[in-house]
Design a protein around this ligand. Structure first.
Ligand code: FAD
Length: 599
């Protein structure tokens, strides 16, 4: 590999990508048919699908700026959290969770860039399975059962994994590329084998076997990130009926004099304030933290909370409640015999040929998103049944905390606890497993800090309110240890890293249930799946904010289409489900305005 031609290839591809992203609209119209707030996973899909109707004019508003080509390098995903493309939120301090982190706060990164959180994410592409969506329909949400959402999951995909390419479950004509990473570490292969030796079936968790082990399916195209902007906006760059306004923050909704109909939005761009009207609808796709924030700033939210901030109440609705997330016990690491290859930053920086290889071919270790390589989904009560409804995921990362000097800052570790616990690892080769709670019972809340739209919202995760959530995580940790004892793992010398968290020894010896529970409460890792804060439900469900056609109860011309709408978090990473919600939501809009729609 020639470093110069590789680098030039990288620069040329990056320039092309920049040219393909729809430009910032310098001069905004005063009126559009639809205004979509937030160009994240959902917003890019909606902007694409609505502008398929040639006489609809759509404005897509995004607080962040362009995606750039460095963001497409899968291995550097962690680093993006230190850039302006992240809103950099933190949770309220707690002793029950995130307790081993600085000021007992978890970092909650969210994308602030064209492409939203699909630009910061680890590209893991999972959908959830039949019971997740039948559960939604069972709550009264007509049209959201598995049989009704599956066609939309297929519509999203350009599925590129031949061994799983079963047309009952997968599509090949969609905008989003789904593929395996073109590189696997030997350790990941041993782990996948070890999981099978324990009893898990190798299979397609997005198809026949929701509870199985496999290498990750990824929203990736030829070894590079395929964000929602790359997938849905780039191919339609040039559509005259789409305007994109970047670096533009929506601060409030505008209502008619009866306060029952939305007329448009107020936004700030480069220090200037604008009022833009929507002839037909405003669609909020600002994500599960910012969509409730915009609603509450506009007077749609819990009356008592809005009163306390002296915000005039337009509609009393439980906005911001029902906040759900998936969490893992972080820092569960397994030392292996030294490998002659590692996904560590140290290794990569000492082997620049790897970097040049990716720049030229998009192959090699840099094509592994943040080191994430494989997963097991399982139902802890029926562990090895591949048809079961998972309540636990074990995510395999072919890298470790000591492999990257910045990882401790990603997760906000307390410096002393971090160095006491992980310092003794030195430069040992290791991998991590994140045992992840897939169907949490505990729910939190998003609140406003003040009437200032630029003040970050108050984020209360309320993890582990229910003891059973903690117990399940502990079961997941023990299961991860069991895999590490299988023959394929013994062959690479896998051994649980056992320097204890000093503060947890008072609850029990290292490896006891009580010790592991304390570990999970100290190193509570968000998996960034915040959702549910504008719950979809029937009008007489007092906990719901929108109906099953994604319209805000009691308000005309206003919909929410993003991760906020999930009535119950699905047992899955959330990006693919959000794509589905946006595809289906776009068809609902077309149907309601008597326009042609595609499924
Ligand atoms: C670090 C990280 C890793 C993740 N890893 C995975 C993964 O591997 N697999 C997976 O399935 N999921 C993953 N997720 C979750 C997944 O990416 C999200 O669930 C999904 O992107 C949410 O889509 P959304 O459309 O609801 O919101 P977002 O994609 O977050 O989009 C919201 C957009 O609205 C914009 N916005 C917000 N407020 C305003 C405002 N006032 N005015 C204008 N614009 C505004 C934001 O800047 C953003 O661009 C990850 C998320 C993160 C942050």
């Amino acid at each position: 590999i020639n470093p110069i031609t590789s680098f030039m290839n990288f620069v040329e591809e990056g320039t092309r990508q920049l040219d393909d992203e729809p430009p910032d609209q310098a001069r905004l119209l005063t009126e559009y048919d639809f205004i979509v707030v937030g160009a994240g996973t959902a917003g890019c899909v909606i902007a694409n699908r609505l502008t398929e109707v040639p006489d609809w004019k759509v404005l897509l508003i995004e607080a962040g700026v362009n995606e750039n080509y460095v963001m497409d390098i899968p291995l550097v995903a962690n680093y993006l959290q230190f850039t302006e493309a992240n809103w950099k939120y933190k949770t309220q301090p707690s002793n029950r969770y995130c307790a081993g982190f600085d000021n007992k706060q978890c970092h909650w990164p969210r994308g602030k860039v064209v492409g939203g959180s699909s630009v910061l994410n680890y590209m893991i592409y999972t959908r959830g399975s039949q019971p997740d969506y039948d559960n939604w329909r069972g709550m009264g949400n007509e049209g959201w059962g598995w049989d009704e959402v599956l066609p939309y999951f297929k519509k999203i995909e350009n599925f590129q994994i031949p061994s799983f390419n079963n047309s009952k479950y997968h599509g090949n004509k969609g905008y989003l590329n789904v593929e395996h990473a073109p590189f696997r570490t030997p350790v990941s292969k041993a782990w996948v084998k070890g999981a099978q030796q324990l009893g898990f079936k190798y299979g397609d968790h997005n198809g026949e076997n929701p509870a199985s082990v496999s290498f990750l399916q990824l929203s990736m195209k030829n070894g590079t990130r395929h964000s929602s902007s790359r997938a849905y906006l780039h191919p339609i760059n040039g559509r005259k009926n789409l305007h994109v306004s970047k670096a533009s923050m929506v601060t409030k909704l505008i209502f008619d004099e009866t306060k029952t109909k939305v007329l448009g939005v107020e936004l700030e761009k480069h220090g200037m304030k604008y009022k833009i009207l929507a002839n037909k609808e405003v669609i909020l796709s600002a994500g599960a933290l910012n969509t409730p924030q915009i609603l509450m700033l506009s007077g749609i939210g819990p009356k008592q909370h809005l009163d306390s901030l002296k915000i005039e109440v337009v509609k009393d609705l439980p906005v911001g409640y029902n906040l759900m997330d998936h969490i893992a016990a972080g820092g569960l690491q397994f030392i292996v015999r030294p490998q002659n290859l590692s996904l560590s930053t140290r290794y990569v920086l000492n082997h620049l040929d790897i970097v040049f290889k990716w720049m030229k071919t998009h192959k090699g270790p840099l094509s592994v998103p943040g080191g994430c390589e494989a997963l097991v989904f399982t139902d802890l009560k029926d562990k090895f049944n591949p048809k079961a409804w998972p309540d636990m995921e074990l995510l395999f990362i072919g890298s470790s905390l000591n492999a990257d000097p910045l990882l401790q800052y990603n997760f906000n570790f307390d410096k002393n606890i971090y160095s006491d616990t992980f310092g003794p690892m030195g430069n040992a080769d290791a991998f991590m497993v994140f045992p992840m709670l897939m169907r949490p019972k505990s729910k939190g809340r998003v609140m406003l800090q003040s009437r200032n739209p630029k003040a970050p919202p108050i984020l209360i995760p309320n993890y582990f309110e229910y003891e059973e959530d903690l117990k399940k995580i502990v079961e997941g940790m023990k299961l991860a240890v069991q895999i590490s004892r299988q023959p394929a793992m013994r062959a690479i010398g896998a051994k649980l890293y056992d320097v204890p968290i000093e503060d947890c020894l008072k609850y029990g010896p290292f490896g006891s249930d009580e010790y592991f529970a304390c570990h999970a409460q100290m190193f509570t890792f968000t998996i960034y799946h915040q959702s549910g804060t504008c719950k979809m439900g029937v009008a007489d469900d007092p906990s719901s904010v929108i109906d099953s056609r994604l319209r805000v109860h009691g308000i005309e011309r206003l919909r929410v289409i993003d991760a906020s709408v999930m009535p119950e978090i699905v047992a899955s990473h959330t990006n693919a489900p959000v794509y589905m919600i946006a595809e289906k939501g776009s068809d609902i809009i077309k149907e309601d305005w008597n326009r042609f729609y595609t499924i």
